[in-house]
Design a protein around this ligand. Structure first.
Ligand SMILES: Nc1nc2c(c(=O)[nH]1)N[C@H]1C(S)=C(S)[C@@H](COP(=O)(O)O)O[C@H]1N2
Ligand SMILES: [Mo]
Length: 378
């Protein structure tokens, strides 16, 4: 059934109300802006993480990460091409994509630069605080179905996802379009989507209308927006956005080796309280936040109210879906007068523990070490 823009809700099967995912964070979010502007040109916004109030992030407060001015898309001319190491190159219109079977699933996206403001010395790049992360319900076609239609050639190894937005970042030889590759193994996974819907609505322009990739468990840079080309390649792709940028040093064989950033690290963040908040002495306080671990699940979140000397177990929220954050609460029973540092530390289903120290090999990305939140109890 072809979908018109109005028919989206019904036809995409997203009409199921999301209300089942009730707010699970205790304490009152502050009356504060939903989104904070980090950069005007191009537009870069983060959500106000202190105002986190539920499992799903509304599109209007979901962070926006743009490297260049958002492209103007005309549906009359927009096409998604599938080419390269394929038997049958394809060209899709939005309608053509929406005709295919779709699935809807929540996925957490985090920008690999989220938390950059906590690095010292200060690092280059947008100075994100806590809010370049969010969870939305995405509706789209499974990438493996599209690849099957095109027929992969024997020598195919990776899939390059390319957007129409381009510019000349520092160190580039000229204009480069935003593009990232994923290995065939991930491209063929049932969770890897070409999404045209977000939270039961048409995908908003700033989040990649008409179609964007959603690569669950990977940092946000892989989820290419305004997708125009899927290029299947027979050699690992070495493009700008996974070598010069969005890369880190791996030391598996001793020698520091530049490799592309892929899956998300294990991480937790406090939403409330925020650094600098004042808390009433002797009255119970609900410390709350979210934790995520990319392709793994969150196994536990521990909280310290004394700068890391002692730790207690946080209670994990009910909403528990693969590739998504887990909300958590910790009851601070009787805060004692004075300044103290609060911390949260997550462990994932593979036993990875959020580190206390920053790993300098991660360059200015994958900022997931425990960041103390200093508050005053009065
Ligand atoms: N075409 C295109 N896709 C893109 C980007 C971009 O600048 N251009 N930014 C990437 C990065 S770094 C992130 S973190 C996510 C952010 O998605 P959002 O803006 O919908 O939150 O989009 C990714 N996809
Ligand atoms: Mo990002």
């Amino acid at each position: 059934m072809p979908l018109d823009r109005r028919g989206f809700l019904r036809a995409a099967g997203a009409a199921v109300p999301f209300a089942v995912l009730a707010t699970q964070l205790r304490g009152e979010p502050p009356a504060a802006p939903a989104r904070i502007t980090r950069q005007r040109e191009p537009e870069n916004f983060e959500s106000n993480f202190a105002a986190l109030s539920g499992f799903r992030t509304p599109a209007s407060s979901f962070y926006v990460r743009n490297h260049f001015a958002a492209p103007k898309i005309d549906l009359k001319t927009w096409r998604l091409k599938v080419e390269g190491a394929v038997e049958r190159p394809q060209e899709f219109t939005l309608e053509g994509i929406q005709k295919l079977a779709n699935r809807t699933m929540p996925v957490t996206l985090e920008c690999a630069g989220n938390g950059r403001v906590f690095l010292s010395p200060p690092a280059r790049g947008v100075n994100w605080e806590l809010g370049a992360v969010g969870t939305a319900e995405w509706t789209g076609v499974q990438l493996p179905a599209i690849l099957e239609q095109a027929g992969l050639k024997q020598d195919a190894v990776e899939v390059v996802l390319e957007g129409p937005d381009s510019g000349t970042p520092e160190g580039a030889p000229g204009a480069v379009a935003f593009a990232r590759s994923i290995p065939l193994e991930k491209a063929k996974k049932p969770e890897t989507l070409l999404a045209f819907g977000m939270n039961g609505q048409e995908l908003p322009a700033e989040h990649g209308f008409p179609v964007r990739a959603i690569v669950p468990g990977w940092y946000g840079m892989a989820s290419v927006k305004w997708l125009t080309r899927i290029l299947v390649v027979d050699k690992p792709y070495r493009g700008f956005w996974q070598t010069m940028d969005y890369s880190y040093f791996d030391r598996t064989h001793g020698l520091p080796t530049v490799i592309p950033i892929t899956t998300m690290q294990v991480k937790s963040q406090l939403a409330r309280p925020s650094a600098g908040d004042t808390i009433a002495a002797g009255k119970p306080y609900s410390i709350s936040g979210a934790a995520w671990a990319g392709e793994n699940d969150i196994a536990r979140v521990e909280v310290s109210t004394d700068g890391g000397k002692t730790w207690g177990e946080a209670e994990l929220g009910m909403d528990n879906a693969p590739f998504c954050w887990r909300l958590w609460n910790y009851e601070w029973k009787s805060p004692e007068r004075g300044k103290t540092k609060l911390m949260a530390r997550a462990t994932d289903s593979n036993g990875r523990v959020q580190p206390m120290q920053r790993n300098p090999d991660f360059r200015n990305y994958m900022i997931h070490h425990v960041v103390p939140v200093e508050v005053e109890v009065r």
